[in-house]
Design a protein around this ligand. Structure first.
Ligand SMILES: [Zn+2]
Length: 184
């Protein structure tokens, strides 16, 4: 990278920029406009973009995907305007594809989210998340005396209403709404 920069500087000085720069197809001359876009939110070449997240669930998604510890690019945007869901969030993760389990978890906090698989800066696949009928070991039971809060037992909930989300604990039958949901 440093080498390439040095070379370009030399070319510019000598005034022979025209033909020699031709090979740099992946980075067409970074105009001021491009630089501005870059400051807004950077595009990723390979990875996953989760779009149409309700704005208040954006950081839940970040938490679900454990992005605090991700070594690739992570871009998080909230409070963006969306025609379909009002204000929305977007999370872009470079160099990561999601497991089905992660997609299911996202569906619980962001039932309208779209998961875009990015390859070579292009959307290769769009997946619409689906709220599962049974939620295994994702949500913490809000009942402090529930067996799952006192013994090492994975939680299990049945979804009995999808919009707005209502779930019931398999063990203590506690009903929980969206506002009570805490991701494990
Ligand atoms: Zn319970």
């Amino acid at each position: 990278m440093a080498k390439r920069k040095a070379k370009n500087r030399k070319i510019r000085k000598s005034g022979k920029s025209g033909k020699k720069i031709r090979g740099r197809k992946t980075f067409p001359s970074a105009s001021k406009e491009d630089a501005k876009k870059e400051l807004k939110i950077s595009a990723i070449d390979e990875g996953t973009v989760i779009d149409h997240i309700p704005t208040d669930a954006t950081f839940k998604v970040v938490e679900i995907l454990n992005l605090e510890n991700h070594s690739g690019i992570v871009s998080i945007a909230t409070n963006l305007q969306s025609k379909s869901i009002g204000k929305k969030g977007i999370v872009k993760v470079g160099g990561k594809s999601l497991t089905q389990e992660e997609v299911n978890k996202i569906a619980i906090v962001a039932p309208d989210a779209t998961v875009n698989i990015i390859k070579n800066y292009d959307v290769k696949e769009k997946i619409k998340v689906k709220t599962p009928d049974i939620i295994d070991n994702v949500v913490k039971c809000s009942n402090p005396v529930c067996v799952t809060n006192n013994e090492k037992i994975p939680t299990k909930f049945y979804v009995f209403k999808k919009e707005p989300l209502k779930i019931k604990c398999h063990y203590c039958e506690r009903s929980m709404g969206k506002e009570d949901i805490e991701i494990i």
